[in-house]
Design a protein around this ligand. Structure first.
Ligand code: 13P
Length: 259
């Protein structure tokens, strides 16, 4: 049984004390949520405090980026071992903001994905097209290229520990969510790519999250689509009320594919 997964990506928001307050509120609010996995990916400086605040809860901790080496002369970077030490289970890799502002390539992201697997994290690998690419009818081609590049050199057994997040860049922070049909169209395409490369069984175990302006009032319709296995939530994860509501509204909607 693969549960759906709701992940909060806090981006570059929240001080240590704000993070603790938010986690305590989320913990209290999602206590009754079943059949859904929950994680929060907080800024590096708040990881230690978040790890402590999450003790005794079912909510997992994640980071938003990671270097691929375990240590070394890489000023300003953070290693897999460091993230392990503070209790991270997930790590977001290849977010479009990192691709856009920090020029991360599929090749670099792939190195990070391989390192994440080596150190037993669950990587959340982000792919998605820009508005220009969608308007030029290149969305599927772009997503395929990112999929193949970021997830190169993986075996079927690795795939079972990977989460893919489809985040159309035009829907991030814009309030312009992909319609459930647009999202499902790309999610089923990604599922087909997985089937072609790794077979039905493996492909059915990979969770494909949707990200881009997910809110309490659109999560239910999105999650009703068969190939949407959860959400990567930005803005609405910064307030306990909306994040709790998103978790609550996605409970019991998973497993439409029967896994
Ligand atoms: P928003 O939910 O704020 O659109 O952000 C989405 C995102 O980038 C999650 O990683």
């Amino acid at each position: 049984m693969t549960y759906s997964l709701i992940v909060g990506n806090w981006k570059m928001y929240k001080s240590i004390s704000e993070a603790t307050t938010l986690i305590n509120a989320i913990k209290a609010g999602v206590r009754a949520a079943t059949e859904v996995n929950i994680a929060v990916c907080v800024p590096f400086t708040a990881l230690q405090a978040a790890n402590e605040a999450l003790q005794g809860s079912k909510i997992d901790l994640g980071a938003q980026n990671m270097h691929y080496e375990s240590e070394g002369a890489f000023t300003g970077e953070i290693s897999p071992l460091m993230l392990k030490e503070v209790g991270c289970r997930y790590v977001i890799l290849g977010h479009s903001e990192r691709r856009q502002h920090f020029k991360e390539s599929d090749e670099l992201i792939n190195k990070k994905v391989l390192a994440a697997l080596k150190y037993s994290f669950i990587p959340i690998v982000c792919i998605g097209e820009t508005l220009e690419q969608r308007e030029a009818r290149q969305a599927f081609e772009v997503v395929k290229k990112q999929f193949e590049g970021s997830l190169a050199h993986l075996e079927a057994k690795d795939l079972e520990r990977i989460v893919i997040a489809y985040e159309p860049v035009w829907a991030i922070g814009t309030g312009k969510t992909a319609t459930p049909e647009q999202a499902e169209q790309m999610h089923s395409y990604i599922r087909r790519l997985l089937i072609e490369k790794y077979g039905d069984d493996t492909a059915s175990k990979v969770r494909i999250l949707y990200g881009g302006s997910v809110k309490p009032d659109n999560i239910t319709q999105l999650m009703e689509k068969p190939n949407l296995d959860g959400a990567l939530v930005g803005g609405a994860s910064l307030k306990a009320e909306s994040f709790i509501q998103i978790v609550t509204n996605s409970t019991h909607l998973s497993g439409a594919r029967g896994n």
